[in-house]
Design a protein around this ligand. Structure first.
Ligand SMILES: C[S@@+](CC[C@H](N)C(=O)[O-])C[C@H]1O[C@@H](n2cnc3c(N)ncnc32)[C@H](O)[C@@H]1O
Length: 253
């Protein structure tokens, strides 16, 4: 995959996704960057803009890709996405179901870590935007997006290793998740208010779900200057509560 970040500073970086070995002229507010030869785009190289500014050619991080997607819905933040990997047993062998594609911020992130992700949404326009975001990053190898809800989907019993739900009433999917999730599989739901957490936890615990954990992540970057260092004034505080649980066989025997 030909993804490049041309990085000058935290305020000035360009994400390139090249399908072909094309010549490029990129306008930035720090001058024009001309790429005459595809070899110039080797990771680690330095490109000089028309105003003499240095742009480093490096692979984009997950956060860089996340910051460049077009948002038509609320999306998972990178801090929330990261903890989902740590609090579940998701691996590169996992088949994941995502409920609520939204703008595909989660879909794109998880596709880097799993075998396959199937993502469903009931809103055609959101899926259309998601399609563009996924296509922009050239990521369709292990992503499938479907316009559907639980009433018009037919999946075999116990096929998913994990299910991630990002919509206001995740409990509406509790029976469906119980059916399509493997025993031992992870269920994750994300909601902003604690009342929603309590409600959904109660409903899921009536199905075969155990080992509930609810977390909230805050992330604070620091400003590091030669003469002073302090926390950045913009802190990522509350976005949503993430709740994790595991499916077992026949909880109520
Ligand atoms: C907050 S957005 C998801 C954002 C996504 N996690 C992201 O990071 O880009 C919620 C999405 O759920 C979809 N949705 C709402 N109700 C749904 C349902 N019953 N089944 C499937 N999707 C639904 C909405 O259309 C919306 O796109």
């Amino acid at each position: 995959m030909n993804n490049y970040l041309l990085w000058n500073s935290s305020e000035s970086s360009i994400l390139l996704n090249l399908q072909n070995k094309e010549k490029l002229e990129i306008n930035t507010h720090k001058g024009k960057i001309k790429i005459e030869n595809y070899q110039d785009l080797k990771y680690g190289n330095i490109l000089i803009s028309s105003t003499g500014k240095r742009f480093y050619v490096i692979p984009p991080t997950h956060k860089d890709k996340h910051s460049k997607i077009t948002r038509k819905t609320n999306t998972f933040t990178i801090k929330d996405l990261s903890i989902i990997l740590a609090y579940t047993s998701i691996t590169k062998e996992s088949l994941i179901l995502e409920i609520g594609t939204g703008s595909a911020a989660g879909t794109i992130f998880f596709s880097n870590f799993v075998k396959k992700i199937i993502s469903i949404d009931t809103n055609f326009y959101n899926l259309q935007n998601s399609y563009k975001n996924i296509n922009k990053l050239n990521l369709f190898d292990n992503i499938q997006i479907i316009l559907a809800n639980q009433d018009n989907l037919i999946f075999k019993e116990s096929i998913f290793d994990a299910i991630i739900i990002d919509l206001p009433e995740p409990e509406k999917y509790s029976k469906f998740c119980n059916y399509v999730l493997k025993s031992g599989g992870d269920l994750v739901f994300a909601v902003p208010n604690i009342e929603q957490v309590k409600n959904a936890r109660e409903k899921f615990s009536k199905e075969n779900f155990v080992y509930f954990r609810t977390v909230e992540i805050w992330l604070r970057e620091w400003l590091m200057r030669p003469s002073y260092c302090r926390p950045h004034h913009e802190m990522q505080a509350h976005s949503m509560f993430l709740t994790f649980c595991k499916k077992i066989n026949h909880k109520n025997i």
